[in-house]
Design a protein around this ligand. Sequence first.
Ligand code: CA
Ligand code: CA
Length: 249
Amino acid sequence: MKMNRMLSKGILALAALLFSAPLVGAEVPASDMIDIPGGEYSIGDTYCWDRQSGSDWCADETPHKVKLDAYSIDKYEATNEQYYECVVESKCRPNDLHESRPKDFSYMKQPAVFVRWKDAADFCHWRSARLPTETEWEVAAQADDLGGAHFGLNYNSGSPQFVGSLKANSLGLHDMLGNVYEWVADWYGPYQTQSVADNPKGSAEGKEKVARGGSWNSARHFIRASDRVSRFPDFSYSDVGFRCAHSRP
Ligand SMILES: [Ca+2]
Ligand SMILES: [Ca+2]
C-alpha cells in the first residue's frame, strides 16, 4: 500500500515535471510573419470620450494619422519554446518559469512571460528582428475582424492559452488582443499629434515602456487595439509577453 502511494506520488511528480517543462509537448506553430504594407494609417480612438467621459486611463489614445514603411510582424506571441532556444544559446536571460500553480505558465506553446523588456528585445535581436514600434503594433491589431481574444480570468485560476488557439484577426495575426500584453519598442508618453509623423518611435526617453493588447487577466475595456498601458521595463510580469517585427525594403 505504502509502495503504491509512493509510486503514484512519483508518477504525479513526473507528470508535473513533464507538463511544466517548456521543452515537452506538441510542436509550436512556425514563427512565420505577416507583411503589412507601408502607407498612411490612423491610430487612436474616440472610445475614451464616447464611452468613458475622457477618463485618465484612456485619455492617452488621441486619434491621429501616421505614415509607416512596410514591415512584417510575427503571427504569434513568442512562445516558451522559442524563448528557451535563445536561452540555450546563451543569447537570452532565463525567464522565471512558474511550476507551482494549478494552471501553469511554462507549457512550451504558451507565450513566454516573466520577460523584462530587454529580454524581449534581446530575443528579437537574436532572431535578426526587433520589437515592433507602438504604431506598428496598433496598425497590425486593427483589422476588419479582430479575431478571438483570451481575457478576463482571475489571477488564481487563469493563465495564458497556447498561442494561436483562437481565431486570427483578418490580417492573419493571432492573439493581438488578449492572452498576454506585448512589449513594444517605445517609451510611454503622450502621442505627437501636431503633424503626420513618419515611422514614429514614441518618446525619446521615459521611465516606462508601452505594453499593448490586454491579457488573460484584463477586463474587457482593455481588449482594444488602441489601448495603451505602461510597465516598468526592468520588471517582469505574468501577463506581459511580446512578438517581434522587422522592416521590409
Ligand atoms: Ca496578445
Ligand atoms: Ca491607457
